[in-house]
Design a protein around this ligand. Sequence first.
Ligand code: FES
Length: 568
Amino acid sequence: MDQLPKDRLRERSRITVDGPERAPHRSMYRAMGLTDKDFQQPFIGVANLATEVTPCNFHLDQVAREVKVGVREAGGTPIEFPAITVSDAIAMGHQGMKGSLISREIIADSIEVVAFAEGFDALACVGGCDKNLPGILMASVRLNIPTVVLYGGTMMPGRFQGRSVSVEDVFEAVGAHAAGRLSSEDLDALERAACPGPGTCGGLFTANTMATLVETLGMARLGTSAVPAVHPDRPLRAREVGKQVMETLALGIRPKDIITLKAIENAIRVAAALGGSTNSVLHLMAIAGEAGIPITLEDFDRISRETPHIGNLKPGGEYLMADLHQVGGVPLILRQLLDAGLLHDDAMTITGRTLGEEVRNFPLPERAGASRVVYPVENPIHADGALAILRGNLAPDGAVVKITDPSGVVEFTGEARVFDGEEAAFAAISAGQIQSGDVVVIRYEGPQGGPGMREMLSVTAAIIGQGHVSDVAMVTDGRFSGATRGPMVGHVSPEAWAGGAIALVRDGDRITINSRTREISVSLTEEELAARKAEWKRPEPRYTHGAFAKYQRLFSSASLGARTTIWD
Ligand code: FES
C-alpha cells in the first residue's frame, strides 16, 4: 500500500498547534516539555488504562511507557491520557458489578471525547480488564482515526495442590466451602496462590476472549494478545506497537477499513471455535453497532453452527491463556481456521496486509498444531461451536448459552426457582435450598433493570462448587462472567424490566433449555402469559439519580449489544 504524503499525517493536530493563533496551545504543551520538533510531528494519543483497582491493569504504565518509546522512535509525539476501569472480578457478587457494563460505555466515551478535543492524529490504546478492549474498539470506530490496540496480557497461572489455578477456582471454592466440601485452610491457601501477579484472569474468560478477537479483527499486531503480562517479550511488543501506529497512520488505514462485516464474522467464528465468553456476543454486537454493521444474533448462531469447537481452554476446557502462548498464541487458532477456509482471509488489518497474509507469514513454534490446547479443525472437540442463541416464549428476542459440557449439548428441563436479583439467589444457594433439577431464574438484572446487566459468576460458581456441575441450570436477563460454566443461559431478552416473559415466570413453572433445537421456553400458553402480563407492574427504579439512573435510561436491549442509545 502507498504511504500518505507527510503533510497529510498531521491533519488533526495541525489545527491545535500550528500558526500564531495557537501560541497559547503550544505554550501549554511546552509546560509539559514539548519542543518545536514535537509540534511538527503527528500527535499520537496513547490511551493508557492503567489503574490500581485491578491486577489486570496494574502494570500498564510500564507497557504504555514502551509504546511511547516506539512512537518517538518512529517520529511521532506521544501524548498519554487515561480512561477508567472497573475490575470485574472484584466487582463480582455484589452491587458493584452494576458498574461493569457502564464502564465499557464510559471508556468508549472518554477516549472518544479526549481524542476529539485534543485533535490526535492517531491512537495507540493499552487495556486489560474485561470492558477495556470493547470500549476501546467502540471509541475507535466512532472516531475512525488510525488506531492500534495492545492488550496488557494475561496473568500467569497460580499453583495449588499440584495443579494450575486461576481466580475462577477461587470463586468455585467459595461454593465448595459453603457446602462443607472444602476446609477454611484450603480456601485460604487457594486464595493466596491463585493470582500470582499482574495480568488479566487466566482462562479464556472475557478479557482473554476479547484480546483474541482484537487480533482476529485486525486491530492489534498479530501475536501480541496471548503474551502473558509479565513475559520478558512484552516491552518489545509494546515498542513495536508504538512503531506500528505510526505506520498505520502513514498508510491511512482507519478502523472502519478494518472493522467490516467480514472482520466481525471472523471474530464471531473465532469466539465460537474457542468457546469464548458469552460477553463476546454482547461486545461484538456493540462494536458492530458503532460501525454501522448490520449483525444480528442469528449471525452468531449461524456461524457457530458451522464452526468446529477447537479451543481446549478454561472454563470449559483444560488450559489457560498462558498455555496458548506457549503453542503459538492467537495466530495458531487463526491458522487452523484459515487453512480450513473458515475465515475471510482478505479482511484488512492495521499493517495494510490482509489477515491471511499476516497469519501465513507468522512463524509458529514447531509442532504447534500437535498441541492439546487447540485441536485440529478436522478432529475437533465438538463438531459445532460453543455459543448458541436460544429463542422461545421465554426469550422471544433471544438468549445466549455457552456450551461447556463435554457432551457438546445443553438439554435441560426443570422447575423454576425465581429470584428478583442476584443477592436473593446467592442466599438461597448458600443455604442449600437449590436442588438437583432446579432452574434458577434471576431477573431484574438486565441492562436497564439492573441496571448494568450484572455477571452471575458468584452464583454460578457457588452452584458448581456445591457439586451441581450439570444438574442445576440458570436463566437470567443478566450476564455471565467468561469464567462461568454449566447449563447457564444469559442475556434473556426482552428483560424483566421491559416486561419480558422472564418477569412472568413463577416458582414451579417448567422451563426447557435445548441447545440442539435452540429452544428456551416456559410451560405456559400464550393466554396464561397474557393473563400474567396484565397483572405485572414494573418495580420502582433502584436508582433515581447519578450515573446508574442515567445509564438505566440509555442502555438498549442485550439483543442489540446493550449499547447506549439516544432514545427519541
Ligand atoms: Fe480483569 Fe478478570 S477481573 S480480567
